[in-house]
Design a protein around this ligand. Sequence first.
Ligand code: 13P
Length: 251
Amino acid sequence: MRKTIIAGNWKMYKSPKQALDFAHSLSDIEPNETVRVIVCAPYLALPLLKEKVTLPLEISAQNVHQEEEGAFTGEISASMLTSIGVDITLIGHSERRQYFGESDDVVARKVRRALSHELDIILCVGEHLEQREAGEEESVVSNQLKAALSGVSKEEMKSISIAYEPVWAIGTGKTASSEDAQAMGSHIRKELISLYDEETSSACSLLYGGSVKPENIDELLAQPDVDGVLVGGASLDPESFRKLVEAGNRK
Ligand code: 13P
């Protein structure tokens, strides 16, 4: 049975202290056994969160470098993350692709590096507005998936969840309709069957991201191929995040 995932991506918000205050104010959440609650925190907050915060709140990085180590000023490696106990990372967020030039090839290398360090991965895919208007959203997402998962085994797929985040819905207040989210979820499910098999596909948690908030999460999670959400803006406030977790419990 695949898990429901309620994940907050804090992007470049929250100091270590603000991150810890957030975690403390949610210390009483009680997600069901089938629900994972994850916050993707800025690097600087990770050591403090890993030291002070216990389950059910899981702590993820937002990015990881593709090389093992080397002269890559300002970057963070997979082994640095695991050295402080971080065992989850986002990879391929559209903001990384758009503002930091991460190509499909770089995303694929990050995936393989993270897997070699036994990190769980939330792999982000999604089309731009022009691509959707041209009816290309499914082929764009298929190509991103094929590239990112090249060389990834069936066994390794157990560590990967996939977040569909249409770029035009991120931070814009414009959510994809629950039908659009379901249509892409179903498409990704089929793509995973063709890349792997039925069992691997149906075990993979598929998330939707893009202007998710307490007001629209129930409708999104009601879709059979929306197993969870990746939330930016509405994950920053603890009371709003609490409502998202409660919606996860209702799925
Ligand atoms: P918003 O929820 O702010 O639209 O951000 C979505 C996102 O990018 C999560 O990774």
